[in-house]
Write a protein that binds this ligand. Sequence first.
Ligand code: GLU
Length: 465
Amino acid sequence: MKSPIPDYLHHVLEVARPNDGGAAAAYIETLAKADTSKMAVALAMVDGNVYSAGDDRVEFSIQSIAKAFVYAMAIEDSGLEAVLKKIGVEPSGDKFNQLSLERNTNRPMNPMINAGAITAHTLVVSPTATLHQRTERILQALSRLAGRQLRVDEEVYEAELRTADRNMAIGYMLKAAGVISCDPQEAVRGYIRQCSINVNVQDLAMMSSVLANGGMHPLTGEQMIPQTSVRQVLSVMTTCGMYDAAGDWVSNVGFPAKSGVAGAIIGALPGQVGIATFSPKIDERGNSVRGVAMCEQLSRDMGLHMMDVSHVARSTVQTSVSTLVDGEHENHNKNCERKVIVFKLRGAVRFPGAERLTRALSRELGESDPMDPGSGDHRNACAIVFSFRHVYSLNFIARRLIHENITRLLTEHKKLVIIDPSSVLEWDPAKAKEGRNPMVVKDDTEARDYIGGTGCHAVSQDPEW
Ligand code: GLU
């Protein structure tokens, strides 16, 4: 069967094509001569699968899209605290090349406008690094994100440098305000070089998929950007990525994005997909006219708005009670009812799932409440089993809450067995409170053998137990 996804992407291109508004950026000679009939779109899934349509191998300069990744590099090289001291995170509502600084703090408003981006550029490697060291670091990092060796388009670089008066003015403003300490001309030349790196939509979709994938490269599995930086980058992309169109963008399209004056837009929907579009004609805000139209359609058709909740966390926890019957060795605990209560969790468990488990534990194993018939019925179960067999992941708060539940149950001297074949719980016996540990096993049989004796089985309504 032929996948319908590339056909759909062709359809997206053709729907956007008649949108003939805007014009190629005029202030950079090479961009002004761009072939405005070119158009492309690409999606890169978080497992590295790329779909594309249109002029997907046509190269253009990355321009402002580099700002998002260079911001991540500045955080990596100088630390978030140092970066936040120099660059704010407030949307400016100004043009991208506005000569402006935040009142009171004298910082550029955010890293997505030129003043912030030039500052971020100077924080790559170190504030004392040379232009060559910084631009090489940026070129190689972007190449690794794209999965191929990229190069600087010297013609674009020279053309932009010839008309860089405004960016030079921004550089001197930053120096005068004490935001940057290096030579302003060198900072701006480095910044313009980073803007002049050539890419195509497939490269950009792959680069965005790294952001969508929590900073891990979908193809190599390498953690390219720490998760905390990804969150920072996606946050500023959401509020400041589309220049002064941020509000329109968030309400209409609803995924973190960044545009560049050569006509490309990237988008990254966390956990799902990296997106890239290209069409050179841009509107008065600097965003590609057809690119915006394509992103709007992709978001609508594919349900990519980040505020659309796909499903509410429900029934993540399944509770069942089984009675164990003798196996080969009779070593049941004679004092108990030989009832085992099993709590099964499923999927990617976050706070709501862990809260449901906590609630189920308190209801089943706590004091009985006359207002809640059935509550406290299993306080005397001979063992409690948590099954994480179908759990794909626990986030930090889910893990912490479940660890706390385990510690409390063990303090009450409950017999606790955890089925955790993939070690998602990350229980560390060395850190257990007063050396109290649950029994951690790989499967149901091992759990039953441990609780009821080798070969014992369970009578229950739950076919798995
Ligand atoms: N090189 C461009 C500039 O600083 C980048 C602007 C953009 O892509 O928005 O003027």
